[in-house]
Design a protein around this ligand. Structure first.
Ligand code: PLP
Length: 436
C-alpha cells in the first residue's frame, strides 16, 4: 500500500511495553522475560523487516497463513476499496453482495458437492462449527446416540475447548484435561505401517460402533502442528470409504492444507474424496484478515430443515464480515489470474529435491515433503524438543525466519515466493541444519 512510511518507536521501548503488558501465545513466563523477540515493523512479499531495517525471508508464511506473500498489492487494493464501501454489518437478517458472491464462488471451487458455507473468524471457530453441526444433525435426525467423534493421533484442530478436545498434541491440551470432552483416538502414527493401522482401526470402530459415531475428524494428508506428519492419499481414501459404509460424517479440517499447501487446491482432492464437512481458515484470506469458513453438503444442510428449535445456534459478531469477504474473493481471483496452482507446481519440485538431499545430512532423522512443505526432524523430542531452536537461531542470523515445531524444522513458504528467494531459503535451511 502506498503512503508515508511510518516512524517507529525505538526497539527498546517496544520490547519493554511488550514484556510489561502483552500476554503472548504459547510462551512460558521464563521465555517471555528473557528471550529477545524479533520486532517486525513491516512485511512485503516474502520478507519481514525489523526495526533496524534488517530483512528476513518468511520461511513459514507467518504461521502458514500468508500464502500469497505479505501485502499483495491486489489484496491491499481490494481491502482499501472495501473500507470505503462498507466495513461491517450484522449478519442477522442482512446479507450483502460480497458474502453472497463469496459463498457462490466457494461452491464452485470446493470439492464437488460442498455447496453451503457458514462463515466465522478463525480456524478454531470453523472447527467448533463443524463439531456442532455434526452433533446436532444426528440428534435431530433420529440418530441421537451418535455423540462421539473419532480423531487421528497427533491431531490438532485449534485451541478453543471443542477443537482442543479433538486434539492430541499433548503440549497444547495437557493443562485443560478435565474441561475437554472424550473422543476416540487412534494411536499417533510415525510410519506408513502406523497410518495403515490407523485407517484399519477407524474402519473397525465404524463397523462395531457406528451407532455412536457422529463423525471422523482428519487433517487430510498433512498434520501441521503434530510436526508436519504426512500420510498417503490411500489412507485418507480408506477412512473416507469407512465413513461411507457407516453412513457417518467425514470432516476434513483443511485450515492448513486448503488453498494449495499440499500441491492441490484441496488435500481431499488428492484422494478423490469430498468430505461432508470442510473447515477453512489461514489461506482463506491469504493471512490478511481473521476470517474462516465451514462448508457442508446439501444433505447436511437439509438436516436442519424446520423451525428455530432445529436451527444451528452458532454465530459470531463478525460472521460474514464484509472486509474479510471481499479479501477472500480477491484471493480466489488471484488464484485464477495468477495461476497460483501452477506456480506451486514449480516450487514444490524444488522443495522435494532439496529435502531428498537433506535426508543424507548427519543428525537429520527423517526428511519429508508434500507440496509447499518440507520438514526434517533434528531430534526425537517432538514439540518439547530443543534442537529446532538452535537451527532457528542460525537461520535468523542468515536472514530467514524459520520458527520450528520443537525438534521439527521445516519450510512452508508462500506459494508465489520468488524462485531465487526460494533457492536462498533452502540454502539457509541447509546451512542451519548442517551448522548446529
Ligand atoms: C491453525 C489450525 C487450526 C486453528 O486455526 P486458528 O485460526 O489458529 O484458530 C485448526 N486446524 C488446523 C489444521 C490448523 O492448522
Amino acid at each position: 500500500m502506498s503512503g508515508e512510511p511510518r516512524s517507529h518507536a525505538p526497539r527498546a521501548r517496544t520490547v519493554q511495553h511488550e514484556r510489561d503488558h502483552v500476554w503472548p501465545p504459547y510462551t512460558s513466563r521464563a521465555q517471555h522475560e528473557t528471550d529477545e523477540p524479533l520486532v517486525i515493523v513491516s512485511a512485503e512479499g516474502s520478507y519481514l523487516t525489523d526495526q533496524n531495517g534488517r530483512r528476513y525471508l518468511d520461511g513459514v508464511s507467518s504461521w502458514w497463513a500468508c500464502t500469497l506473500g505479505h501485502s499483495h498489492p491486489r489484496i491491499a487494493r481490494a481491502l482499501t476499496d472495501q473500507t470505503r464501501t462498507m466495513m461491517h454489518v450484522a449478519a442477522g437478517g442482512i446479507t450483502h453482495p460480497e458474502i453472497a458472491a463469496l459463498a457462490h464462488e466457494l461452491s464452485e471451487v470446493a470439492p464437488r458437492g460442498l455447496t453451503r458455507t457458514h462463515f466465522s473468524d478463525n480456524g478454531s471457530g470453523a472447527v467448533e462449527v463443524a463439531l456442532k453441526i455434526a452433533f446436532q444433525y444426528w440428534r435431530q435426525n433420529g440418530r441421537s446416540k451418535r455423540q462421539r467423534f473419532v480423531c487421528l493421533g497427533g491431531a490438532y484442530h485449534g485451541d478453543t475447548i471443542g477443537a482442543a478436545s479433538l486434539a492430541s498434541v499433548e503440549e497444547f491440551t495437557a493443562s485443560y484435561g478435565p474441561l475437554l470432552f472424550e473422543v476416540i483416538r487412534t494411536p499417533k502414527a510415525a510410519s506408513d505401517a502406523d497410518w495403515q493401522n490407523a485407517a484399519d482401526t477407524i474402519a473397525r470402530i465404524l463397523r462395531e460402533r457406528s451407532d455412536e459415531i457422529a463423525g471422523v475428524f482428519v487433517e487430510p494428508l498433512l498434520q501441521g502442528a503434530a510436526g508436519m506428519q504426512i500420510y498417503r492419499p490411500q489412507i485418507l481414501r480408506q477412512i473416507h470409504d469407512a465413513t461411507r459404509s457407516a453412513d457417518t460424517f467425514l470432516i476434513c479440517d483443511e485450515v492448513f492444507t486448503g488453498y494449495g499447501r499440499t500441491g492441490s487446491m484441496w488435500a481431499s482432492s488428492l484422494a478423490n474424496i469430498t468430505p461432508d464437512i470442510l473447515c477453512l481458515g489461514k489461506g482463506f484470506t491469504a493471512g490478511t484478515l481473521p476470517m474462516a469458513a465451514t462448508m457442508v453438503t446439501e444433505r447436511v444442510y437439509d438436516g436442519f430443515r424446520g423451525d428455530l428449535s432445529r436451527a444451528l445456534m452458532h454465530g459470531h459478531t463478525f460472521c460474514g464480515h464484509p472486509l474479510g469477504a471481499r479479501v477472500a474473493r480477491e484471493v480466489l481471483a488471484i488464484y485464477r489470474d495468477e495461476g497460483i496452482l501452477a506456480e506451486i507446481d514449480k516450487r514444490k519440485q524444488m522443495i522435494a529435491k532439496a529435502f531428498h538431499a537433506f535426508a543424507e545430512i548427519p543428525g537429520v532423522h527423517k526428511s519429508r515433503c508434500l507440496g509447499m512443505v518440507g520438514a526434517v526432524d533434528l531430534g526425537n523430542g517432538g514439540y518439547s524438543g530443543t534442537h529446532g531452536k538452535i537451527a532457528y537461531q542460525r537461520a535468523l542470523e542468515r536472514g530467514a525466519y524459520l520458527r520450528p515445531l520443537g525438534d521439527t524444522f521445516y519450510v512452508a513458504p508462500a506459494f508465489n515466493i520468488d524462485l531465487t528467494e526460494l533457492k536462498e531459503l533452502l540454502e539457509i535451511f541447509e546451512d542451519a541444519i548442517r551448522m548446529r
